[in-house]
Design a protein around this ligand. Structure first.
Ligand code: GLC
Length: 549
């Protein structure tokens, strides 16, 4: 393989293609059915063939897997089931040699309950410094039997869990916005702040190029008592004032300004992308040049396949990012959401949670339509200025696996919601590498989540080199995008057809998408790539075509 030299351009990430690896489901090298670091290293050639700028690894740290690894027991190590720090260094070196940069996931809002600090807190007295690293409080009621506030957890029901004292009597309560195994840190504590700076340096020193910041908007809370009530939970109507009790508080930006100073210690400076579930106007604040640099824009991931929705979201987000001096990001799928191939194959606005609960039986997915739309949407975002975050398996056209047997569901959402929400396993099923063999080449053993038989025809070896396959479309589109990208300008071109969106970039690169099902007229120009088959002069429904004028 040709050895690449990574540039020192401090803005390399502004228009990058970044591929999310969910390590436990990417590739297993040792037959235990769980993907690992060496598995990733063994597929660097595959990643390079996709023409990516970077990969982002979801957590690979030691974890009891109470939340798929987002319960981190040690921030500066590799889970022994996934490998060692030596394996990690080898992986980074191999990726860098292939011209691919590396993002790791930082989970600063909460640790695992198995983290030494939390174990120390449990063994320490109320009010002790060890407890001050987390959020411990006495309960309400005569005997402290009621939670300190009415705050709910994202994984339901209460955000407070009561501890048991060493002598067996009931003790204080601690806060966890997610599962009880994920106690929230106290970000007012300088020791917590310092420790995360150490973690950022630890990975940066090992060559990591950037960070994905989990639940970036929740670190600072109003912990003044009596606690303020927060009846409405996650939604995009969070107040814009920055003084909500739990989310998106103005002071959270002080943290990221400090992080940015650490990023600047390196060449090129490290960069980060915020996962912040807040309205677009507030989201861009996390991406400011003296903070993280980028924030995930989830608006398209939440939208239906609809021309006017896409146009509004694209226009607004590019303008907003520009106002704050950043570039926008585009995301259609990730490890928390129903895969977009499936979403677009169901009726618009359909309740995906209900569909998953029925094991996908209630309604047939129109996979063909879903895939055509998914490919069209992906080609559209790849032509836009800004960075695209792609999720492993979407380049194979993988669908959401809805029928994972109930007794094999891993997502904590399932148990905590008393079996009314099946959760996120359906997009975390291990990748199929070969159309035959044990776990479709993912592992020599049995995959940790069951793969459907239909994965055979979507396997890497079934699509590689095959004209018209989703994999080859991604490879070509990503290669062309790299050649065609220039300035961050773009311009809408009026089409006179409400179902068709057409825009141009510098150098005459154009992208036109038909969101409808009826054929539309294809604008003149040299055809560079099409997401589907088409006749001359015709832009079929659910299709994107790139043109050069
Ligand atoms: C983020 C992650 C999700 C995780 C949660 C708690 O939303 O993407 O997978 O469950 O944070 O860490």
């Amino acid at each position: 393989m040709v050895r690449h030299h990574l540039s020192e351009d401090p803005n390399w990430w502004r228009q990058a293609a970044i591929y999310q690896i969910y390590p436990r489901s990417f590739k297993d090298s040792d037959g235990d059915g769980l993907g690992d670091i060496r598995g990733i290293t063994s597929e660097v050639g595959y990643l390079a063939s996709l023409n990516l700028d970077a990969v982002w690894l979801s957590p690979f740290y030691p974890s009891a897997l109470a939340d798929g690894g987002y319960d981190v027991a040690d921030y500066r190590n590799v889970d022994p089931r996934l490998g060692t720090l030596v394996d990690f260094d080898e992986m980074v070196a191999a990726l860098h040699d292939a011209g691919i940069r590396v993002f790791v996931d930082i989970v600063p809002n909460h640790s695992s309950n198995l983290h030494v600090w939390f174990q120390e807190a449990l063994a320490s007295e109320p009010g002790s410094p060890a407890r001050e690293r987390y959020i411990f409080r006495d309960g309400r009621g005569d005997n402290g039997e009621l939670p300190p506030s009415d705050w709910p957890s994202h994984f339901a029901p209460s955000a407070w869990t009561r501890t048991t004292n060493p002598d067996g009597t009931p003790g204080q309560w601690y806060l966890h916005l997610f599962a009880p195994e994920q106690p929230d840190f106290n970000w007012d504590n300088p020791e917590v702040q310092e420790d995360f700076l150490t973690t950022l340096r630890f990975w940066s020193d090992r060559g990591v190029d950037g960070f994905r910041v989990d639940v970036a908007h929740a670190l600072k809370k109003d912990l003044g008592e009596p606690f303020r009530s927060k009846p409405v939970f996650i939604d995009f109507d969070n107040p814009l004032s920055g003084d909500d009790v739990l989310f998106d508080r103005n002071e959270v930006h002080d943290i990221y300004r400090k992080w940015h100073q650490v990023f600047e210690e390196y060449t090129p400076p490290r960069v980060a992308v915020a996962e912040a579930w807040v309205r677009a106007e507030r989201r861009v604040l996390y991406a400011r040049p003296d903070e993280l640099g980028q924030a995930f824009n989830f608006d398209l991931l939440l939208a239906d396949f609809d021309a006017s929705a896409f146009k509004r979201i694209i226009t607004d987000n590019i303008a907003l990012a520009k106002t704050e001096g950043s570039s926008s990001t585009w995301v259609l799928s990730n490890h928390d959401r129903v895969r977009h191939t499936t979403k677009y194959g169901l009726p618009a606005g359909y309740d995906l949670r209900e569909w998953l609960l029925s094991n996908g039986l209630k309604l047939d997915v129109d996979y063909k339509q879903g895939l055509a739309r998914a490919q069209a949407a992906t080609m559209m975002i790849l032509a836009l200025p800004g960075s695209c975050y792609l999720y492993q398996g979407e380049e194979l056209g993988l669908f959401e696996v809805a029928n994972i047997p109930f007794n094999q569901v891993q997502d904590p959402i399932w148990e905590r919601n008393h079996h009314t929400d099946k959760g996120r396993d359906g997009c975390r099923v291990p990748l199929p590498w070969s159309s035959q063999g044990t776990s479709f080449g993912f592992s020599t053993g049995q995959a940790h989540l069951p793969q459907p038989s239909a994965f055979a025809r979507l396997a890497v070896d079934a699509q590689s080199g095959r004209d018209g396959s989703t994999l080859e479309l991604y490879r070509t589109a990503l290669k062309l995008r790299r050649e065609l990208q220039s300035t961050e300008d773009y311009e809408w071109i009026e089409t006179g057809n409400p179902s068709v969106l057409h825009f141009s970039r510098a150098n005459g690169w154009q992208s036109v998408t038909n969101f409808g099902s009826a054929n539309a007229a294809l604008p003149p120009g040299q055809i560079l790539l099409s997401s589907g088959q088409h006749d001359s002069g015709v832009l079929p429904g659910n299709t994107t075509i790139w043109l050069k004028r």
